[in-house]
Design a protein around this ligand. Structure first.
Ligand code: NAP
Length: 309
């Protein structure tokens, strides 16, 4: 059995905690403060429901604070990208060169920042299509089955972590190993840059982006150039066509960024268009439509009274 610490008891943190606990792994949830521990103690444990809310199971995993002294073997970092560095700093003293961290954050930038903070710790980045939301504190709904790609963020001579992959798949966390995780993250970032901001700016469903096809195509072309400049030609390949396929397949969906805005939650803008714009400047790649998109998203978030960071 493995010892898992899960930092961030939100939608994905609880989804992973429940499935790992169901397989008898030792799971410790690291929560923000004493009030969160008290709140947890008033529940029956971490709850997990299926998408239709037909069945719910509760798993009485343990909770602790970051200040606990217990060493960490496997850490799932399940907070938002903008919280990731601060969260890791709080538990850095509990990590060693034999620890393994799985980073679930969307976008790009936070993963690299963490690997730089912890050069001797094996950091695996995840790119996942699983979907979950919280029905109540510590109670997650598994809204969308999906697949997770996992891979090392930095070059390593270490072997593929087969025990980890076997344990995750046995827990119903369908994942495969990739030696190209950065390419997957860049591709996903480009798709998110092309779709999410415009659904917020035009306040529309993904499928309604068809009305703005000229703007989408211009942004896609710039994203392809950016990926080329960033040394990610495979991620650039056929990008525009794939983005249109995603728009078509998810036509009736409201993007995660639009949902965040509608629920008045902070978005991960800095790790989506913010990261892409910063990279285009650093790599001297001319992407005026992308910068305009980022600036307009920034203004739209401001107008909603939401953070632009
Ligand atoms: P979430 O529901 O907002 O959960 C994040 C949790 O982390 C919150 O409970 C937050 O606590 C906690 N947290 C943040 N900093 C902390 C700290 N220093 N110590 C302890 N707890 C801390 O987020 P999520 O939806 O699970 O998403 C996590 C990441 O996965 C995001 O980058 C997201 O984009 C990505 N993702 C999510 C989904 C999905 O379906 N949900 C799918 C794909 C990717 P507070 O509430 O107190 O801030």
């Amino acid at each position: 059995m493995m010892n898992w610490h899960i930092l961030g008891a939100g939608s994905l943190g609880c989804l992973w905690a429940a499935r790992l606990a169901a397989q008898q792994h030792h799971v410790q949830l690291i929560v923000r403060d004493a009030a969160a521990i008290t709140a947890y103690q008033h529940t029956a444990g971490v709850g997990l429901s299926d998408a239709q809310h037909h069945s719910t199971q509760y798993y009485p995993v343990q909770v602790q604070l970051a200040t606990d002294s217990q060493p960490i073997d496997y850490l799932l970092l399940a907070c938002k990208a903008y919280d990731a560095q601060a969260a890791i700093s709080q538990i850095a003293h509990r990590l060693s060169s034999s620890s393994v961290i799985v980073l679930l954050q969307n976008g790009l930038g936070s993963q690299q920042a963490i690997q730089t903070m912890l050069p001797h710790v094996r950091c695996l980045a995840a790119s996942s299509t699983e979907g979950a939301y919280l029905l109540a504190p510590f109670h997650s709904v598994f809204a969308g089955q999906g697949h997770t790609q996992l891979g090392d963020l930095q070059a390593t001579t270490q072997a593929v972590p087969q025990d980890l992959l076997t344990a995750l798949n046995a827990a119903g966390i369908h994942c495969t190993w990739t030696t190209q995780i950065t390419e997957h993250l860049w591709r996903k970032l480009a798709i998110n840059c092309a779709i999410n901001p415009m659904t917020v700016i035009y306040n529309c469903l993904n499928g309604e982006l068809l009305h703005y096809s000229e703007r989408i195509n211009t942004v896609c072309q710039e994203l392809e150039q950016l990926l080329q400049h960033a040394g990610q030609p495979a991620a650039a390949h056929d990008l525009t066509a794939q983005i249109w396929q995603v728009i078509e397949k998810t036509a009736s969906n409201s993007s995660s960024m639009r949902q965040d805005v509608q629920q008045r939650r902070r978005t991960e803008i800095s790790y989506i268009t913010g990261f892409a714009c910063a990279q285009s400047i650093a790599l001297e790649c001319h992407t005026p439509a992308l910068h305009q998109l980022h600036a307009q998203l920034h203004d739209t978030l401001s107008a909603h009274g939401l953070s632009t960071a």
